[in-house]
Write a protein that binds this ligand. Structure first.
Ligand code: WT7
Length: 706
């Protein structure tokens, strides 16, 4: 498609936009890597071919220890609520801890690196992990009275007590719901209420960028926010960052708040039998944003999820028991659940947990950690890579570490940034896997098998074993590989890691993920139920996919999805605000940043004070991660005749791209004024966006269109 054609049509959908695909050259895995890889025999592709589905996933499930073997690999009778390994029973905590005791009891399961560099790393062996998990499980059961199937909310920072709490819940068959520690108390409270938890596990404080942050204060806010939604928290369990010293300013509430270290002394040495759970029993909830304000509690299963993360950790992360593996993500996101805790520990490896920010006290910190601990597998996000490249491009070479393998996850990585990761961080000798997946998918969907497929910067690669993807246009026609056209990427088949439902919102589960391309809503055949991922993608002639970003009203900031509706409703809680619209702006470090457009109620004037209130509201309702880069208070929003805010128009203004056809607006005359306001301010601050790529332009142009 030519420039002219592209500009002409208002109705051009994401799927019709030509992608200006510049082919990148391949990089090949070094022979040394191939020689030791877990998956090095190309026969594996045959083993996972479509004819062998779903039985191929036996290979993943057989990596686990089952109390009872399953009879049905995939049950589709309640499509699209798939059930994997039906009839099987197992315990996730047993698989991550107990089964390693006999052969690896004295090996480090977790090496925890506190942020202050003056403090030494702490190694927790499998034996020690077993002791801690059991004692905390005993406390949860006997002190809190939680039972199998109950939900417990965790709002924990990056400390070993977090995996301990997760595994203790799993031991009891209790469903944990960890809320990212950086989220606000109010966001946590909403998730407590949604999940129906009566117990909150938190910590008094933690270190972040050199500061001991008061975290317990958020627990009080969370309890309050949950109460507003009609949910009562009975007990708040507070771990202490420094045992015996309380790091928070907020008082402990009598009868509700308890210091874990104090209560735990009653459970010293107790052993709790792992509860044998049906494969399809929920293991945890992980909340994510969607197009409506209410967050979605993605429910992950025990058997399918554990099988999938164990299998993918083995084949794609290439984890061997004697590796030292470091995923720098936060355990509070799905990446951390799957690829810091459950996958690596199930394989009996050593998983590094780092408390703080990667560039504290300087951009050499990650490489010093890698050098000191002998990390050989490293896993992070494009945002972190961009940031480390920006502030310390020459740091990696100062340190004597060697990675055999590196991962990138969370958003598309620019080829330039990829090459720095490969050359500088990987010293040219590490393989890279660019893994595309989602909170909902439990584990990797798109990625190369590191010893068996070449890498191509900027593309995640083909799909993982047993994942059969297709790109559909808006009408459900297949967009062919090599056509240069983008469309909606879907997975044609179920896989063991896919989430089971949206907690308490089964109709939303079906509507959001399966309705769009469902061939027959009464069908029990999985072929009729493609999974709609909500991402735009293009497939090159070699079969490699390039993910272009979300097609819904979600903004990916630093690899994490923020719902525009959540941002907007937070702004509307500020008294003076009449209307709010959130749009993405291209950001060189975080990928995308949020900009808010605001119109005020009659009688109010724009002021710094109102802007500050809006920022505060967002920080309180969601967290600092969502803080807008700019807030534009405008006289009116560009709207359609039916009154809908045209987000693509303001998104174009923010990104200095062509606003396209605005003749159908009810108020086209206001566009120029807004553009001038935004442009002149950004230019004066030296904050004008760079020239966007064609893909980015397409994303902005389609933002918020339905
Ligand atoms: C969205 C999922 C997967 C765990 C972290 C984020 C985007 C994710 C990639 C990648 C291009 C990517 C997609 C996806 N995304 N990985 N390798 N290349 N885009 O989990 O918060 O559920 O976000 O992140 O848009 O839908 P999440």
């Amino acid at each position: 498609m030519t420039e002219g054609q592209e500009a002409s049509s208002e109705e051009v959908s994401e799927s019709q936009i030509a992608v200006h695909w510049r082919e990148e050259k391949y990089f090949f895995p070094p022979a040394k890597f191939i020689a030791q890889a877990n998956a090095a025999d190309p026969d594996i592709f045959e083993q996972f071919s479509e004819e062998n589905f779903p039985e191929c996933f036996r290979a993943y499930a057989d990596l686990l220890s089952w109390d009872k073997y399953w009879h049905t690999t995939l049950d589709t009778s309640e499509a699209p609520f798939w059930k994997w390994f039906v009839g099987g029973k197992l315990n996730a905590s047993y698989n991550c801890v107990d089964r390693h005791l006999a052969t690896k009891g004295n090996k480090a399961a977790i090496i925890w690196v506190p942020e202050p560099e003056s403090a030494d790393p702490v190694a927790i062996t499998y034996t020690e992990l077993h002791r801690r998990v059991n004692e905390f499980a005993a406390l949860l059961r006997d002190f809190c009275g939680v039972k199998t199937g109950d939900r417990v909310t965790l709002h924990m920072p990056m400390v070993p007590e977090l995996p301990v709490a997760m595994l203790a819940c799993a031991r009891l068959g209790v469903i944990h719901s960890q809320v990212f520690g950086g989220f606000s108390g109010s966001a946590c409270g909403g998730r407590i209420a949604d999940s129906g938890s009566t117990i909150l596990v938190t910590m008094d404080g933690y270190y972040r960028s050199g500061e001991l942050i008061d975290h317990k204060v958020k627990a009080d806010e969370a309890v309050e926010a949950a109460r507003k939604e009609g949910a009562e928290v009975d007990k708040v369990l507070v771990w202490r960052r420094h045992a015996g010293e309380y790091a928070s300013q907020t008082p402990m509430v009598e009868g509700r708040d308890f210091f874990v270290d104090e209560v735990l002394s009653d459970y010293r040495g107790q052993v709790v039998e792992p509860v044998s759970m049906p494969a399809e029993a929920p293991l945890f909830l992980m909340y994510t944003s969607g197009t409506t304000g209410r967050p979605k509690g993605c429910q992950h299963s025990t058997g399918g999820y554990m099988a999938y993360v164990t299998g993918t950790s083995k084949f794609y992360q290439d984890i061997h028991p004697d590796d030292t593996y470091w995923c720098m993500a936060d355990i509070g996101w799905i990446t951390g659940h799957s690829y810091i805790v459950y996958g690596p520990l199930s394989l009996g490896t050593t998983s590094v947990v780092y408390e703080g920010t990667p560039n504290y006290p300087d951009a050499g910190r990650p490489w010093r950690i890698a050098e000191r601990l002998g990390v050989n597998i490293f896993h992070t996000s494009p945002t972190a890579i961009r940031m480390l490249r920006k502030v310390g491009p020459d740091e990696p070479k100062k340190y004597n570490y060697r990675f055999k393998h590196m991962t990138t996850v969370g958003e598309a990585i620019e080829p330039e940034v990829w090459r720095w990761y490969h050359e500088a961080v990987g010293k040219g000798e590490a393989v890279i896997v660019d893994t595309w997946w989602q909170t909902e998918t439990g584990g990797f969907l798109g990625t190369t098998l590191p010893a068996l497929g070449p890498m191509k910067p900027g593309s995640c690669g083909p799909m993982a074993l047993g994942i059969y993807a297709v790109i559909y246009d808006e009408d459900g026609n297949v967009v062919e590989a090599g056509s240069g056209k983008a469309g909606n990427i879907c997975i044609r088949n179920p896989w063991p890691g896919v989430f089971e439902t949206v907690w308490g919102q089964p109709e939303r589960f079906v509507d959001t993920y399966y309705k769009k391309y469902c061939k027959n809503p009464d069908s029990k055949d999985w072929h009729d139920w493609p999974y709609f991922a909500g991402d735009g993608a293009v497939q090159a002639a070699d079969g490699y996919f390039r993910i272009l970003g979300r097609v819904d009203d979600v903004i990916n900031v630093a690899g994490h999805r923020l719902g525009t509706k959540e941002l907007e409703s937070s702004c509307l809680s500020v008294e003076e605000v009449a209307e709010a619209a959130a749009v993405p702006v291209v950001d060189d470090v975080r990928g995308r940043a949020v900009e808010m457009y605001i119109s005020l109620k009659p009688g109010f004037e724009a002021s710094k004070d109102i802007e500050a209130k809006i920022t505060k509201a967002i920080e309180t309702d969601i967290g600092k991660i969502a803080r807008p880069k700019n807030i534009w208070i405008v006289p009116d929003m560009p709207k359609t005749r039916s009154g809908k805010i045209m987000r693509r128009v303001i998104a174009s203004i923010s990104n200095f791209t062509d606003v396209g056809d605005i003749t159908t607006l009810a108020n086209p005359e206001i566009v120029d004024g807004i553009r001038q306001q935004v442009r002149s301010t950004k230019e004066a601050r030296g904050d004008a966006p760079r020239e966007l790529t064609e893909e980015e332009k397409a994303e902005i142009k389609n933002f918020g269109t339905e």
